[in-house]
Design a protein around this ligand. Structure first.
Ligand code: PLP
Length: 500
């Protein structure tokens, strides 16, 4: 008989080893010593968590991993049992197995690393990262561009670039954004190491420790990470279907005097929300009235495959309140790490100084290659191709979600960008509780709560439908649905578990 009361004395709550790993060790030891016999039913996760005074997710994760290692089996509607005689197989005999087991990422910095790791794990279909279609990366065009640059510029392409960026690329960015309605000179363009660095530079240049940064809630995980690293206070304002709630924003401004407002007006990450024109104008008016600069993140602006395009905030900004951040990473390829900032006089010099202190300059070779690809029309061609494919993949994701996600799930229908923002039924496992089981089943996603500034969104998940091929999208949803159902059966028996 499984006796959880013994476990309390052996749990080290202050130690380095996560509680769920300790639980795995304990249960394994009981199985190996013969105290727990095949066929023994384990308590439901909620009951065991209560009994041991630990979080339920620890138990859920421990069960999931023990199932993956072949020690436990789950039977829909009946519960979790010690597996028959197969507990020496499938990794159970491999003492290293749990060293590489997935961990549930629940803080932004760990989440980003974990999502990157999951994305590379063989056999796992990863919906978690923020990449555009990897199978569409323009490998040949990039190779040609680099060869041409090296033949043309030789060693000049390999030295230190100036901090502001390679002059022809700055001019090309000016031309590029002018097509979106942004009027600027090339000397207002600062080339950065991706959009991520652009955001970080602005936070460093404009805010001091403990200053307040206002964002949408939920917001981009990378910005939460920046705020924590730079020790600025982050405050999230709820969104409605038109974007950030301006009534709440104004109240917050009046009470707390934030230094910067960060928004993603088009295809907000993670919700996919698009701010309509009237809200864009109202937001600008508000910023202007209280003299608070806006950092506009437009990284998904061009990833539109349906509906009408709207001007970026910077195109509507008559008073120099908006700093525009974007990059060629989502439009083309993340690995080239080219982003840019467009800003007016007062902030520009300071941003250049921070940029120089950060990394001297963005790779001159990559800047030249990017410039050439813009000149050759590769960017425009790539964008068109990607958007056509994103539409196809979105449709596959929508139909797969309808087929495989549990009844009661909800999601948006994005007209662009990369993400489905899914709400799982609140009666079942949370996104964090499901995570390890999902990865064991061969699918990874981004846990919704990590995008919130106040740990909401427990049943939300973000799915990148753009990065995988259609057949893998369907398969990924199928695995996700299966993992959910398996875990939900554990939930169902919790209510009627006779064991404890
Ligand atoms: C909203 C948003 N901003 C910025 C970035 C960073 O992009 P980049 O690869 O250009 O640094 C991402 C990446 O996921 C993002 O989603």
């Amino acid at each position: 008989m499984f006796n959880p009361s013994k476990l309390a004395i052996s749990l080290d709550r202050e130690g380095e080893e996560p509680i769920y790993r300790q639980l795995i060790r304990y249960i394994r030891a009981q199985i190996e010593s013969g105290e727990l016999l095949p066929g023994t039913r384990l308590p439901a996760s909620r009951d065991l968590a209560k009994q041991l005074n630990i979080s339920r997710i620890s138990v859920v994760n421990a069960y999931a991993e023990l199932r993956a290692q072949g020690f436990l089996s789950a039977h829909a509607g009946r519960g979790t049992f010690i597996a028959g005689d197969n507990h020496n197989g499938n990794g159970a005999s491999n003492g290293n197995n749990h060293a590489s087991a997935p961990e549930t990422p629940t803080t932004p910095d760990r989440s980003i690393r974990e999502m990157m790791r999951m994305a590379r794990k063989p056999g796992v279909i990863s919906f978690s990262q923020g990449s555009p279609p990897t199978d569409f990366f323009p490998v040949r065009h990039l190779r040609d561009a680099i060869t041409t640059v090296l033949d043309r510029d030789g060693a000049r392409a390999l030295g230190y670039e100036v901090a502001e960026g390679y002059a022809p690329l700055r001019a090309a960015v000016r031309d590029y954004v002018s097509a979106l309605g942004i009027r600027c000179n090339a000397d207002q363009v600062l080339i950065t190491g991706g959009t991520q660095q652009a955001l970080d530079l602005v936070v460093q240049a404009l805010l001091s420790e403990n200053d307040i940064l206002v964002t949408e809630n939920p917001t981009y995980l990378g910005m939460i990470d920046i705020a924590r690293t730079r020790r600025v206070q982050l405050h999230g304002i709820s969104l409605d279907e038109d974007g950030i709630r301006l009534d709440m924003l104004e109240n917050f401004i009046l009470d707390h005097h934030p230094k910067l407002i960060y928004v993603m007006p088009t295809f907000q990450n993670p919700t996919g929300t698009v701010m309509p024109l009237h809200r864009r104008r109202q937001l600008l008016n508000l910023a202007n009235e209280y003299k608070i600069p806006i950092l506009e993140d437009a990284v998904y602006h061009e990833l539109r495959f349906e509906g009408e395009s709207l001007p970026p905030l910077k195109a509507l900004d008559d008073n120099g309140m908006v700093i525009h951040a974007s990059g060629f990473t989502k439009m083309m390829l993340p690995g080239i790490r080219i982003g840019y900032l467009i800003t007016d006089g007062p902030h520009y010099e300071r941003l250049v100084r921070v940029k120089q202190a950060a990394d001297i300059a963005t790779s001159g070779l990559n800047q030249r290659a990017m410039h050439l690809m813009l000149e050759r029309g590769v960017m425009a061609q790539q964008l068109e191709r990607n958007n056509r494919e994103l539409l196809r993949r979105r449709d596959v994701a929508l139909s797969s979600a309808a087929r495989h996600l549990p009844p009661g799930s909800k999601w948006n229908v994005p007209q662009g960008g990369l993400y489905l923002w899914v709400q799982l039924p609140k009666t079942g496992p949370s996104a964090a509780e499901l995570y390890v089981s999902a990865v064991q089943a061969g699918v990874a996603y981004a846990i919704g709560s990590v995008f919130y500034t106040n740990s909401c969104g427990g049943h939300r998940i973000r799915i990148n439908y753009g990065v995988n091929k259609p057949a893998d999208i369907e398969e990924g949803f199928k695995r996700l649905g299966r993992a959910w159902r398996e875990l939900a059966c554990d939930y169902a028996d919790i209510e009627k578990s006779p064991l404890l």
